[in-house]
Design a binder for this molecule. Structure first.
Ligand code: NAP
Ligand code: HSE
Length: 426
């Protein structure tokens, strides 16, 4: 018996998925015993040319067709955004239809409600493609590592920003040219400000934190800084100190609760994440018993992402046909989510200062007064001015910011040109 698939969205991911479901139908049947048939596709613009051809009437513009059409057994949501995607996913689950989605924004924002709806209808809600594109990371976290005490998750989870930072660092491209190329290669979101501002990574960080620690983290509580202000000087300063700059998503358990954050960070050149270039994504997990694990691969693009969606479709179709009344594989318990202030970080500060006797002592005193210890100091003097690169030891964010406040008021500090956190070397 064929399983009827309804797909909302036929853009970068959905268009590839439809094409592959049609072209690889016999291969999927041979490998899985499942016959997956595309029965309906929903798009916004019915006049747009598509990379696939379907009989008239099968492509419509009303997402609720996927819920009301009885020939659709399983719903795939690859349109993106909170609405109407959220209404569609909830209605499909409530109608007892399994749902597969790649929509990290929706899952991050409404996971508790959607997981509860899936549990009530006893149907799967799967979202492997929502984090890391083609990398299997959701299923390993939710299933294989379900019994592990995770301590930290650190990842490069946005392909667009990693592509931009790699092109600026390695090829000397401008930020603008690198972003245009990432858009041409279809890595970027429809609105690329979601990528460069860190918003896309925030949704992914919230999902990873939820899965790793079993606590739903509201994306509004994830600290966010994007890459818009990273300059060629910052990348050169990082290289001088033996680091490379990456946009990181970090989630960790602190004594006060789980903290998730997204910001640019300097990563030592010998750390596994430093080698992750271009649109590649990687998630580095630390667990009490399992130790360290690295998941890496293509984090964006139609084909890798469609592979992850297709895997979920096969999984959900198998469950649907077996009639097994599964409990949801993903559960978010109740737990403390702590404020960003609580987390201990290390900072690298790039300062322009007056080059005169006693300057370093006054700068060091600003750190000492805030309870922050300096780990290294690099100086390049040029007559009456000098560039300073200061790297601190770990200290609470609140203390790092107090040190910064003490620095900016010093008359010998001409400019705090940048502050970038340091991760991955103690
Ligand atoms: P996209 O290229 O912009 O495609 C979106 C599709 O949804 C289009 O076909 C669009 O129709 C349709 N659509 C949008 N709003 C609609 C509405 N109100 N009613 C009906 N159809 C609507 O997006 P994408 O890059 O494929 O991304 C889809 C989802 O996958 C997003 O949640 C994204 O975050 C996620 N994702 C993307 C990637 C990636 O590499 N692109 C990777 C992982 C996850 P038209 O074609 O008529 O405009
Ligand atoms: N725009 C996203 C990225 C797509 O660049 O990683 C994958 O979620």
């Amino acid at each position: 018996m064929a399983v009827g698939i309804g797909i909302a969205g036929a853009g970068t991911v959905g268009g590839t998925l439809v094409r592959r479901l049609m072209a690889d139908r016999a291969m999927v049947t041979a490998r899985t015993g499942l016959d997956l048939e595309v029965r309906r596709v929903v798009v916004r613009d019915l006049t747009k040319e598509r990379a696939f051809s379907l009989p008239p009437g099968m492509v419509t513009a009303d997402v609720m067709d996927l819920v009301t059409d009885d020939s659709v057994d399983l719903v795939v949501e690859v349109m993106g955004g909170l609405e109407p995607a959220g209404t569609l996913v909830l209605a499909a689950l409530q109608a007892g239809k399994p749902v597969v989605t790649a929509n990290k924004e929706l899952i991050a924002a409404r996971a508790p409600q959607l997981v509860a709806a899936a549990a009530a209808s006893r149907v799967p809600l799967l979202f492997e493609a929502a984090v890391g594109g083609g990398i299997p990371i959701i299923r390993p976290l939710a299933e294989t590592l379900a019994g592990e005490q995770m301590s930290r998750v650190m990842g490069i989870v946005n392909g667009t920003t990693n592509f931009i930072l790699s092109a600026m660092t390695e090829q000397g491209w401008s930020y603008r040219d690198a972003l245009a190329e990432a858009q041409r290669l279809e890595y970027a979101e429809a609105d690329p400000s979601a990528d460069v501002s860190g918003a896309d990574a925030v949704a992914k960080a919230a999902i990873l934190a939820g899965l790793a620690f079993g606590v739903w983290v509201d994306p509004a509580r994830v600290h966010r800084e994007g890459i818009e202000r990273i300059s060629g000087e910052d990348l050169a300063a990082a290289r001088r100190l033996g680091y490379v700059v990456k946009l990181l998503a970090v989630a960790e358990r602190t004594p006060a609760g789980v903290v998730a954050r997204v910001h640019p960070a300097m990563v030592p050149l010998d750390h596994p994440l430093a080698a992750i270039r271009g649109a590649t994504n990687a998630v580095f997990l630390s667990g009490a018993a399992v130790g360290e694990l690295l998941f890496a691969g293509p984090g964006a693009g139609g084909d890798p992402t469609a592979t992850a969606v297709l895997g979920d479709v096969i999984d959900a179709a198998r469950e649907l046909l077996s009639g097994s009344q599964v409990a949801p594989r993903i559960a978010f318990g109740v737990g403390e989510v702590a404020a960003f202030d609580e987390v201990e970080t290390r900072w690298c500060l790039r300062l322009e200062v007056e080059d005169s006797p006693g300057v370093l002592a006054r700068i060091a005193a600003a750190f000492g007064d805030a309870g922050v210890s300096l780990r290294s100091v690099w100086q390049d003097g040029r007559g009456d001015r000098a560039t300073l690169l200061l790297v601190t030891h770990r200290a609470p964010e609140r203390a790092q910011r107090a040190a910064l406040a003490g620095l900016v008021v010093l008359d010998v500090v001409v400019e705090v040109a940048s502050t970038i956190r340091v991760e991955g070397d103690g």
